[in-house]
Design a protein around this ligand. Structure first.
Ligand code: ADP
Ligand code: GLC
Length: 486
């Protein structure tokens, strides 16, 4: 079974968020299920730098304005096809945003090209390569199902995975003429969306199956509150919409061998985490007092509820807690945490920017991770937290609600609690959750039990990769031989 995955970011080559983690980990998990997955990825500078020695497998005379070529090879443990097209992708920094902070004005073209190449690959652009399924991730790959639907090739199946409904890839109607789609594609059942074009909606409309990244979010997005205008579409095709929970790469997230941790540990030696905590206290310039250390590792945005945390911060410090933040995003939120760190020196500290290694140390040393999202398709940091004994304090929403078991009295009695949960969108509820966390932290035996239980949660890809494999099999009618590839 050959599946082509089309994604705008793939860890460890390029990452701005959880999409990269998923696109990077799923192929490995699927290889144990008899599915061979190749990934098509734009050749940003960081990707080109890590793909030396690849083979040129196709030359494209006109790839939306200039020539391009495809480079194939095995890089960073992944089978990749990279689009080498400097006029589209040879730009520094973030893959979507220019240095001035605005989206690149030709994003419509950059990701139409990604999708167009995806569809062309299924039609034999590269000799000897014919995938049976194209698995498209988020709006950047959303035009693939439209190219397939309005094209001529038979037998190619498409799956559209929605990682985040908030990003629709919406552009004005004027680009339509340049998308290489036939006129009839500009219709409600095609790419049209409120008079313009939405790449995400196109994918959700035209794909054979729509998946999203947790069962709970799959339910939520059928309602006006979370559907963001696409709930009608989803309800209209409810029998081909499913939620498959994300897993994590348990190889690179393993506290027993993680090179980012000065002190490795396991469930039996969870007390050793205090060595890592001490390293964090020093790194973030906190004072040395004891007490629960909360962390945040996140994009600092409205989705993530960071304004709610700012409102609850005074309370967190008042309860004897300390907070360390790693992230970047909206200026007013970065400023808010910076301001808080000045008012509460030694208690609150922020490091802005992106730092994969530090994120591991925080999961391996902080006592709890706060995730107060307003909506959360799946969320990965609570899964890393579970795996590392960094107790997740999460809003009862999306994938967070699917993956954390609240430490209420019944769950504590039954020994199944793995975290603390509170109603979303309320600073007061967040504060109460922090208060509950501080109290539980004070009961050492109970706290360690919650940590250990979390560390035993199944956060691997095992089950979910199997569900994707089943989905591909259902779509294609092919049987999967689940002997591991290679
Ligand atoms: P989203 O994709 O919505 O941002 P997820 O929880 O699914 O949220 O994934 C976020 C990913 O990005 C996780 O792997 C998390 O550890 C990582 N991450 C977020 N911010 C940072 C940061 N500033 N430094 C390092 N890693 C980060
Ligand atoms: C998105 C979502 C996040 C999810 C990630 C990977 O960025 O915001 O909840 O975990 O994609 O699927």
């Amino acid at each position: 079974m050959e599946v082509l995955s089309v994604a705008a970011e793939v860890h460890p080559l390029i990452k701005t968020g959880g999409l990269a983690d998923v696109a990077g980990a799923l192929p490995l998990a699927l290889s144990d299920k008899g599915v061979s997955m190749r990934t098509l990825l734009p050749g940003y500078p960081s990707v080109m730098a890590k793909s030396q020695g690849g083979r040129v497998v196709a030359e494209i005379g006109d790839l939306f304005g200039a020539p391009g070529r495809l480079i194939a090879g095995r890089f960073s443990g992944l089978d990749l096809i990279i689009i080498d097209a400097p006029h589209l992708y040879d730009r520094p920094g973030n893959p979507y945003v220019a240095p001035d902070g605005w989206d690149w004005p030709d994003n419509w073209k950059r990701f139409a090209a990604l999708s167009w190449v995806g569809a062309e690959l299924a039609w034999g652009l590269v000799e000897g390569y014919r995938p049976s399924v194209i698995h498209c991730h988020d709006w950047q790959a959303g035009l693939v199902p439209a190219y397939v639907k309005y094209g001529t090739a038979d037998g190619i199946k498409t799956v559209m995975t929605v990682h985040n409904m908030a990003f629709k890839g919406f552009f004005g109607r004027e680009i339509f003429g340049q998308l290489r789609l036939p006129p009839q594609a500009f219709e409600v059942g095609g790419v049209e969306y409120y008079g313009g074009i939405s790449y995400l909606k196109s994918g959700m409309e035209c794909a054979d199956y729509v998946t999203t990244v947790s069962p709970n979010y799959a339910d939520e997005i059928r309602t006006p509150q979370f559907g963001m205008g696409l709930e009608g579409l989803l309800n209209g095709r409810a029998e081909t919409v499913i939620g498959i929970l994300n897993g994590i790469d348990t190889g690179s997230w393993n506290a027993a061998v993680d090179p980012a941790l000065p002190q490795k540990y396991s469930g039996n030696t969870v007390h050793l985490r205090r060595v890592n905590k001490a390293a964090l206290v020093e790194k973030f310039g906190l004072d040395g007092e004891d007490g629960p250390l909360f962390c945040v590792i996140s994009r600092l945005t409205d989705q993530k509820g960071m304004d709610l945390l700012l409102q609850a911060l005074e309370g967190l410090v008042g309860l004897g807690g300390r907070l360390i933040v790693l992230g970047s995003g909206e200026g007013y939120l970065e400023d808010g945490f910076r301001h808080a760190s000045m008012i509460h020196p030694g208690k609150v500290s922020i490091i802005t920017g992106y730092n994969e290694e530090l994120s591991h140390l925080m999961q391996g040393g902080a006592d709890a991770i706060i995730i107060p999202s307003r909506f959360e398709p799946c969320g990965l940091t609570q899964l890393y937290g579970l795996r590392y004994g960094c107790v997740p304090v999460v809003s009862r929403i999306g994938g967070l609600a699917d993956t954390v078991i609240d430490a209420n009295p019944a769950a504590l009695d039954a020994g199944v609690a793995t975290g603390i949960m509170f109603d979303a969108n309320s600073a007061h509820a967040l504060y109460e959750a922090i208060r509950r966390t501080v109290r539980l932290y004070g009961e050492d035996k109970t706290w360690k039990k919650i940590q250990r239980r979390g560390m035993k949660s199944d956060v691997s890809w095992e089950t979910s990769a199997g569900r994707y494999a089943e989905l591909y099999a259902t779509l294609t009618g092919l049987t999967i031989n689940d002997e591991p590839n290679d």
